[in-house]
Design a binder for this molecule. Structure first.
Ligand SMILES: C[S@@+](CC[C@H](N)C(=O)[O-])C[C@H]1O[C@@H](n2cnc3c(N)ncnc32)[C@H](O)[C@@H]1O
Length: 262
């Protein structure tokens, strides 16, 4: 299995479309920041089950969504059909976009481009396919925010990544994103999205079923009794962010919105 097959398998695992319902509001934030309007040619990179592609199409844009995982694209196509929206969904890699230079007016990626292994190349691709007077909007979890910490806590229990691995949450660091888009005008804003559940324990149980990378880690660790220590660390981490005092989970996950004029 090469690295991209591994990435594809990670996101095909679990039930990502179910989890994506909890971050739909971020898709609206991204298309608003990108200034998506009627008739714009929009590309949503790493669209998953299509949240931002659907939000852009609902504004009358001509939308293409791209993702690595065919199963997620199938779900995105079903959602578009259910909503009566016409969207093109293509299978592909954010590091090698199958589109002409300057093919799009707006390019969005909601917690998506951040997961492509070669960050410089990915940023270059987002820029290449965007018109010079267009707008790119990328959202990413910040390293110190709740969802950024999910990846760090998981990594602590897994074998070390390859030496050239760049943590996806670097896309949530202002200076890093400015470096990735060197020479462009980059505006950033930190925002939060609510994370709510009946309890932290139930949320971690849910997350370990639906979030592919965590579901995959759980399957690998369970065989050697390594899942419980990760689960306990994860629950403790969530408790640190929990604002509820009634046993439920009410927390906020911080993310960075980067708006880039190439
Ligand atoms: C956290 S999900 C976000 C999906 C969607 N943007 C949303 O807002 O729900 C991450 C997505 O990135 C996709 N992905 C990861 N690496 C990718 C790559 N190199 N090229 C294209 N898509 C990729 C995964 O398949 C997955 O759909």
């Amino acid at each position: 299995m090469d690295n991209m097959d591994r990435q594809r398998a990670l996101w095909a695992a679990g039930d990502y479309p179910d989890l994506a319902r909890t971050i739909e509001e971020v898709a609206e934030v991204a298309v608003e920041a990108a200034g998506v309007g009627e008739g714009d040619a929009v590309l949503d990179v790493a669209t998953g089950s299509g949240n931002a592609a659907l939000a852009a199409a609902a504004r009358g844009a001509r939308v293409t969504g791209l993702d690595l995982v065919p199963q997620l694209l199938a779900r995105a196509r079903e959602r578009a059909a259910d909503q009566g929206l016409s969207i093109t969904f293509d299978e592909g890699d954010a590091q090698q976009l199958p589109y002409d230079d300057a093919a799009f007016d707006r390019v969005t990626s909601v917690f998506g481009a951040m997961f492509a292994p070669d960050q410089t190349r990915t940023a270059g691709e987002l820029r290449r396919v965007c018109r010079e007077d267009g707008t790119i909007v990328v959202t990413a979890w910040t390293p110190e925010g709740l969802n950024g910490r999910v990846f760090a806590v998981t990594a602590k229990h897994m074998p070390p990544p390859p030496p050239d691995f760049q943590p996806p949450v670097l896309w949530g660091v202002e200076e890093h994103v400015r470096g990735l888009f060197a020479g462009a005008e980059v505006q950033t804003e930190r925002r939060t999205v609510p994370v709510e559940g009946d309890s932290t324990e139930l949320w971690v149980q849910y997350l370990s079923r639906v979030l592919g990378p965590l579901a995959t880690a759980r399957a690998a660790l369970e065989a050697e009794g390594g899942w419980e220590p990760l689960r306990d660390d994860m629950v403790a981490m969530y408790e640190g962010f929990n604002e509820a005092t009634d046993g439920t989970l009410r927390a906020k996950a911080e993310y960075l919105v980067a708006t880039v004029r190439p």
